[in-house]
Design a protein around this ligand. Structure first.
Ligand SMILES: C[S@@+](CC[C@H](N)C(=O)[O-])C[C@H]1O[C@@H](n2cnc3c(N)ncnc32)[C@H](O)[C@@H]1O
Length: 193
C-alpha cells in the first residue's frame, strides 16, 4: 500500500510541475477543449491552471451544479475543475479539494487565489479517508483519480459518507479493457500511470 502511494506521489509531483508529454492522451488546455469543457470558462482560466491538468473526462457533463452548492473535488490536482466548479456555485457556494500530492495542493491553492476565488479550501490527504464530516457536500466530482486508489471500496464509501442525502457523485475515470501484460502486473509504477 505504502509503495503504491509513494509511486503515485512521485509521479504526480512531476506532473504538478508539468503534465506535458507524461500521458497518452491530450492534457492541459487541448485536453480540456477535447473533453468538451465550456469554452467560455476555458478562455477565462489562467494558463497556469493548464500546465498540470490531466483529467480524463468532463465531470460537469454528468449533471448540473447549482449556485450555492457545496462541491468536493476528490483528487483536485492543480485546481482546474475546482475553478470550473467555482464559476457554477458562485459566491454563495463552496468548493473544496483534496489531493494526495503535496505540490498539487500547493499549486492548486496558488492558482485559485490568483484567479480571485475566495470560497475554496484544499487539504492534503494521506489515505482514502476524506477529512470532512458526513453529509457535507451536494456534489462530489473526480477526474482520473479513483482508478489510482488501491482501496477503491473505501474511496467510494468515503465519498458517499460526505455526500448529503440526494447528493451526487460525478466522476470520470479510466478502466482496464484488456489484461495487463505480465511484466506490468505488480508494478507500483504501472499502477500510477
Ligand atoms: C490524473 S491526476 C488528475 C488531477 C485532476 N483531477 C485533473 O483533472 O487534472 C490524479 C490526481 O489524483 C491524486 N490522487 C491519487 N490518489 C488520491 C487519493 N487517494 N486521494 C486524493 N487524491 C489522490 C494525485 O495526486 C493526482 O493529483
Amino acid at each position: 500500500m505504502q509503495e503504491i502511494r509513494k509511486a503515485i506521489r512521485d509521479k504526480y509531483a512531476e506532473v504538478s510541475i508539468s503534465a506535458e508529454g507524461k500521458f497518452q492522451y491530450p492534457t492541459g488546455k487541448d485536453g480540456a477543449k477535447a473533453l468538451g469543457y465550456d469554452s467560455s470558462i476555458i478562455e477565462t482560466a489562467y494558463t497556469k491552471f493548464f500546465e498540470s491538468t490531466c483529467g480524463v473526462g468532463n465531470p460537469f457533463s454528468l449533471g448540473n451544479i447549482r449556485p450555492g452548492d457545496a462541491v468536493l473535488d476528490f483528487g483536485c490536482g492543480t485546481g482546474f475543475d475546482m475553478f470550473v466548479a467555482s464559476k457554477l456555485v458562485g459566491e454563495s457556494g463552496l468548493v473544496c479539494g483534496i489531493d494526495l500530492t503535496e505540490n498539487m495542493v500547493v499549486r492548486a491553492k496558488e492558482n485559485l487565489a490568483l484567479a480571485g476565488i475566495t470560497n475554496f479550501e484544499i487539504k492534503k490527504v494521506d489515505s482514502e479517508t476524506i477529512p470532512y464530516d458526513d453529509r457535507s457536500f451536494d456534489v462530489v466530482i473526480s477526474n482520473g483519480v479513483i482508478n489510482l486508489s488501491p482501496r477503491k471500496a473505501i474511496s467510494f464509501a468515503e465519498i458517499y459518507r460526505v455526500l448529503k442525502p440526494g447528493g451526487r457523485l460525478q466522476f470520470a475515470d479510466v478502466v482496464l479493457v484488456n489484461e495487463l501484460p505480465a511484466s506490468l502486473v505488480g508494478s507500483a509504477e504501472a499502477w500510477s500511470q
